[in-house]
Design a protein around this ligand. Structure first.
Ligand SMILES: NC(=O)c1ccc[n+]([C@@H]2O[C@H](COP(=O)([O-])OP(=O)(O)OC[C@H]3O[C@@H](n4cnc5c(N)ncnc54)[C@H](OP(=O)(O)O)[C@@H]3O)[C@@H](O)[C@H]2O)c1
Length: 225
């Protein structure tokens, strides 16, 4: 079994990689990192989502998950209102949260086989649900995740025609204590998950039989688009 985790060094991505390695000790696991590898014994490949290029040696892939994401840094912060919109932040949000994964899939398409199962998924966010949006704010992050959801739905429809065993999911991991979320966790109290718990919740979703093209919540419920 060949597994690719994009962002295997991130808060949630690292835990997903560790748990997959434990469950499938014989699998060939490839993980991408951007800045620093995590301390896990897998094949590591460097990849920058701002210019996503991925050339892998494997013939086929059975499980591909994107765990990369961008909400802000010291200078670029999620917007509270229209007056705070900045083109560089908007573009970076879309490049990392939405454009990178479909571009990588496009490069790896020949490794997704017609005659064998493959799970393709990305960590999205519930705030990317247009239907569920009651609070507003975070214009670029929300919009980039909504656009990612549309990409994934489209990719699911494309594979349904020719690759009947391929399943494509968009997944909300639940609010999780990581670098991405750390500045925004006040007020969540004990509703915040640890990365290991989130990874466990996410991997449990693959044991159930959801239709391809679903937007899944960490607790197993299906989210509205
Ligand atoms: N944490 C939450 O509460 C929460 C809630 C909803 C959705 N999510 C989603 O869950 C996913 C995982 O987030 P996390 O909480 O685990 O955050 P995290 O610990 O900050 O991890 C983010 C990952 O994205 C990678 N990344 C960022 N910029 C990149 C770039 N230019 N090129 C390549 N990789 C890049 C990081 O790699 P480097 O560190 O090497 O740059 C890291 O692997 C994201 O899609 C996030 O939107 C998280």
């Amino acid at each position: 079994m060949n597994i690719l985790i994009i962002g295997a060094n991130g808060g949630i991505g690292k835990e997903i990689t560790l748990q997959l390695k434990q469950e499938y000790p014989d699998a060939h696991i490839i993980g991408t990192y951007h800045q620093n590898k995590a301390d896990i014994d897998i094949e590591w490949v460097q990849m920058d989502a701002m210019n996503p290029q991925l050339d892998l040696e494997v013939d086929s892939l059975d499980f591909i998950m994107s765990c990369i994401g961008f909400l802000g840094n010291d200078t670029l912060r999620p917007e509270k209102g229209l007056s705070q919109l900045k083109a560089d932040y908007m573009l970076k949000s879309f490049q990392i949260n939405c454009f990178a994964f479909p571009l990588i899939l496009s490069q790896l398409r020949s490794k997704i086989k017609r005659d064998r199962p493959c799970f393709i998924s990305a960590l999205s966010a519930k705030v990317g649900s247009i239907d569920d949006n009651k609070m507003g704010g975070w214009h670029s992050y929300r919009s980039s995740k909504a656009a990612l959801n549309m990409m994934l739905k489209n990719i699911a429809i494309e594979f349904e025609r020719t690759h009947k065993q391929v399943k494509v999911y968009s997944i909300h991991p639940g609010t999780t204590q990581t670098k991405l979320s750390e500045k925004f966790l006040s007020g969540y109290g004990n509703k915040v998950h640890k990365p290991a718990g989130s990874a466990q919740n996410i991997l449990a979703l693959f044991k159930k039989d959801y239709p391809s093209g679903s937007f899944l919540n960490w607790d197993g419920s299906v989210l509205p688009w």
